[in-house]
Write a protein that binds this ligand. Structure first.
Ligand code: SAM
Length: 441
């Protein structure tokens, strides 16, 4: 029997796993293990930048299981996904994860009964929660009803990146539930306004999301921390994979730069630059607080600037960064962010370049291996399951403010409407890319 697709998938997976192994060896990384309770460098993209081939091999190997999954199971998984997320939330919130990380022998496992007694909880509720958490690859059930953290779940220990991502804002689920009604039946179903989305329906507010955050001061720090971790996931690659030394300007202005994590990393790697972080009034004091070293030495300035107003930093010494800004906004508003930056320097838009989920029967290898080009690998052009997060973020942007992740064609059209042109697109070892733009003369 010929199983053409299965065979191609198998050779694709074999190739990806072989490459993963080879690249790990040449990068002198320790072997991966599900039983290890110590973090592996590959577990934290905010601190470890893998080789390009390793990054691609990992993505490829995560790519495609739809070929043999059971459709009804897949649908059930989808319906129940919220429970998986809340099991993790519960274990972070109670402090059980910190406790499990701190026991004398973290890989041996602690019984649910002991945890229930320690945290004054009902073990009958705790066992299914821990088991669901473990079934999703976050922990090990070392023996019946005893649980140990594995290396992946160490990201949820207090202060670690997964913990800093925080828990969802109250109201998040109501907003998600409002999407089918909002997009298909409501008076706003054809609206492209950032103030007519499922967000306003769920949060019962006329404000757009960023104004709402500012009015709800209690959310500012947690949302900013969450945004910073998401940014940190691409920062090492942005610093390493863009030719900063070729930038002909001395000052980098990060518009809507949040807590300044990106420019700080660029300044550390390229001390000849100076930088400016611009953001709204409620954010800049946080930025100053988080970056004392750079602010005090004078190489980083932090200033209030509304990016819908004409840019005040005009001159040949400035280049501009817009990371995770344009995707928040619909086309009209996104264009008015980029349009006021009418200068001769470069504008680096750092956002996802969405790949249409078109079928691809034969894909050239994405891996940097000379033999790869001889082989006929079949993977979806959007990397199948490996791009789930990217597609979901696009729906999230839509839901929040009628924003979206844009394809290259959509980026070209948007940028052209601002009097700019794309001069290069740099792929990163992370989900976003750097879309380098200049004035369209
Ligand atoms: C998704 S965050 C991205 C933050 C940062 N660029 C990063 O990559 O980590 C969007 C940022 O835009 C800022 N922002 C929203 N509206 C703004 C406005 N009108 N003017 C300036 N900044 C704004 C927010 O405060 C927030 O820091």
């Amino acid at each position: 029997m010929i199983h053409a697709e299965l065979d191609r998938l198998q050779s694709c997976l074999n190739f990806a796993l072989d490459t993963l192994r080879k690249e790990m060896d040449s990068s002198q990384l320790p072997p991966l293990s599900q039983y290890n309770s110590v973090e592996h460098p590959l577990d934290d993209p905010t601190t470890y930048l893998p080789s390009t081939a390793l990054f691609e091999a990992r993505r490829l190997s995560l790519g495609e299981s739809t070929l043999y999954s059971v459709p009804l199971d897949k649908r059930m998984d989808e319906r129940l996904a919220a429970y998986v997320a809340v099991c993790t939330d519960t274990l972070i919130k109670t402090g059980i994860i910190d406790y499990l990380s701190d026991v004398p022998n973290p890989s041996r496992g602690v019984s649910a009964a002991e945890l229930a007694s320690k945290f004054e909880l009902d073990s009958q509720k705790l066992v299914p929660i821990l088991r669901c958490y473990a079934a999703n690859g976050w922990a090990r059930e070392t023996c019946d009803s005893s649980f140990a953290l594995n290396r992946c779940s160490r990201t949820f220990i207090k202060g670690h990146p997964g913990w800093r991502l925080g828990l969802p804002t109250p109201g998040f689920m109501t907003m998600v539930e409002a999407v089918p009604h909002w997009a298909t039946e409501s008076d706003w179903k054809l609206s492209r306004s950032p103030t007519q989305t499922a967000f306003q329906i769920a949060f019962k507010t006329p404000l757009h999301r960023f104004s709402w955050i500012m009015q709800n001061q209690g959310t500012v720090i947690s949302v900013s921390d969450h945004i910073q971790v998401i940014g940190d996931m691409s920062t090492p690659s942005i610093v390493a994979d863009y030719p900063w030394e070729q930038l002909e300007t001395s000052v980098i202005v990060d518009c809507g730069g949040g807590m300044g994590g990106l420019v700080s990393a660029i300044l550390d790697a390229h001390p000849s630059f100076r930088a400016v972080v611009q953001d709204t009034e409620g954010i800049v004091s946080l930025t100053e607080e988080r970056r004392p070293r750079h602010v005090e030495s004078g190489i980083l300035k932090v200033e209030v600037h509304d990016f819908f107003q004409p840019q005040r930093r005009i001159g040949n010494e400035y280049s501009f960064i817009l990371r995770h800004i344009m995707h928040n906004w619909p086309d009209k508003e996104a264009a008015s962010v980029a349009r006021p930056i009418f200068i001769s320097s470069k504008i680096l838009i750092i956002d996802i370049v969405a790949v249409p989920n078109a079928d691809s029967t034969s894909t050239k290898s994405f891996l940097l291996d000379s033999h790869a080009n001889d082989l006929d690998y079949s993977i979806p052009s959007h990397f199948g399951s490996a791009s789930e997060q990217v597609s979901a973020v696009s729906v999230h942007m839509l839901t929040l403010m009628n924003g979206c992740e844009r394809s290259l064609h959509e980026w070209k059209t948007l940028v052209k409407g601002c009097g700019l042109r794309i001069t290069n697109v740099y792929s990163l070892r992370a989900h976003p890319s750097i879309i380098e733009c200049a004035l369209d003369t």
